[in-house]
Every structure is written in structure tokens, then in C-alpha cells.
Design a protein. Structure first.
Length: 199
């Protein structure tokens, strides 16, 4: 029992080979559950591989609940997330830097509905003005998380999941030109404010 990497197959309701969601990295797969000895203490670890990022993460089994690691969403949550992206964008009238922070918190929460809200709020159709670089980055990060989990739950490819999400986004109510111009002006004003803060 003193081996440094004794492998088990189950731990805290998770098992080897299972796809899981780690809040700050999205969907990964448990490659193994190892028991390592660290300073005389036995530590059980989930070894999670993130295919897209080609990254392996070791998470102590006891810490999994507190870091927010979870099983894939139920089909009902996927349906709710897809309904969320078709809703009307809810843009708060606050500085972009504050909104960006809120979006980032939602993306890293691991909560699929909050991630879907970011996709909904930052989505722009081709008829709408270009997104700023930081908006685009946040939108793509949220979309990527949503795509990966939808694909994993539906056992489909990421391309199929992306098409499904894009079809839902196409159904969302179009923002009026006036509202769009307002958001644009606000983003520009925020840009000026951010530059002043940096100065």
C-alpha cells in the first residue's frame, strides 16, 4: 500500500473514463485516479486530461467538490442553456471593464446557464457592428465552453454542437439599431475611460 501511484477506478462519485467539467478549464476526461504519497501522507488524485488544450490536471479527490468539479449537465440543463442563448441580450449599463469582469466570472463559474448568458449577451449577427477585441475573446471563450459540453452530453462532434448553438442564436431577437448604437457609444466611452485610468 506504499506505492506512489496506486490506481483506483472510483472516487467521490466520479470514475475513470468519465467526462467531467472543471470550472476554469471546461470539459475534460478522468484518465485515472492515483494514490500518491506526499510527505508520508496518502493523497488521492483525479488525473484529468483536457483534449483540446492538450493539458493534464491533477486534482485532489477531497478538493473536487470545493473547486466546483462536476459531472456533465443533464439533458434538461442543455435544453435550458440552448433556450437561454435565444433570449434577448441583457446588457448592463456599466463600464465595459466591470462588465468584462462579470462575464469572465460567469465563464469560469462552470455553470452552463451563466456561460450561455455570456454567449447570448455578446453574440453579434453579421448585420451588427464588429465586436471589440476583448468582447470577441470573451464571446469565443464562453462559446467554446458551451460547445464542448453540448457535444459531450449529446455525444456529437464539436462542429455539430456549434451548428446547433448557432441555429439557436439565429433565432434570438435582433437588437434594434438604436440599442446597438447605444452599446457601441458606451463601449467607446468605456475605452476612453479605461485609457484615462491606465494613464
Amino acid at each position: 500500500m506504499t506505492t506512489t501511484a496506486k490506481k483506483t477506478t472510483k472516487g467521490h462519485g466520479f470514475k475513470t473514463g468519465e467526462a467531467v467539467v472543471y470550472p476554469t478549464h471546461g470539459v475534460g476526461r478522468i484518465k485515472s485516479i492515483e494514490v500518491q504519497e506526499v510527505a508520508g501522507f496518502k493523497l488521492e488524485l483525479f488525473v484529468i486530461f483536457f483534449e483540446k488544450d492538450k493539458m493534464t490536471l491533477r486534482v485532489p479527490v477531497s478538493k473536487a467538490p470545493s473547486v466546483g468539479m462536476r459531472k456533465l449537465s443533464e439533458t434538461a440543463i442543455i435544453t435550458k442553456a440552448l433556450e437561454t442563448v435565444t433570449g434577448r441580450a441583457r446588457i448592463k449599463r456599466t463600464m465595459w471593464s466591470r462588465r468584462a469582469q462579470e462575464y469572465e466570472t460567469k465563464i469560469n463559474s462552470g455553470d452552463l446557464i451563466q456561460i450561455a448568458e455570456v454567449v447570448r449577451d455578446l453574440y453579434r449577427s453579421e448585420a451588427q457592428p464588429e465586436q471589440s477585441y476583448s468582447e470577441r475573446q470573451l464571446y469565443e471563450a464562453a462559446l467554446d465552453r458551451l460547445v464542448r459540453e453540448v457535444a459531450a452530453v449529446n455525444a456529437s462532434t464539436e462542429n455539430e454542437a456549434l451548428k446547433l448553438i448557432e441555429q439557436q442564436l439565429a433565432k434570438s431577437p435582433k437588437r434594434s439599431k438604436a440599442a446597438e448604437a447605444e452599446v457601441e457609444a458606451e463601449a467607446e466611452a468605456d475605452g476612453d475611460l479605461d485609457q484615462e485610468e491606465a494613464a
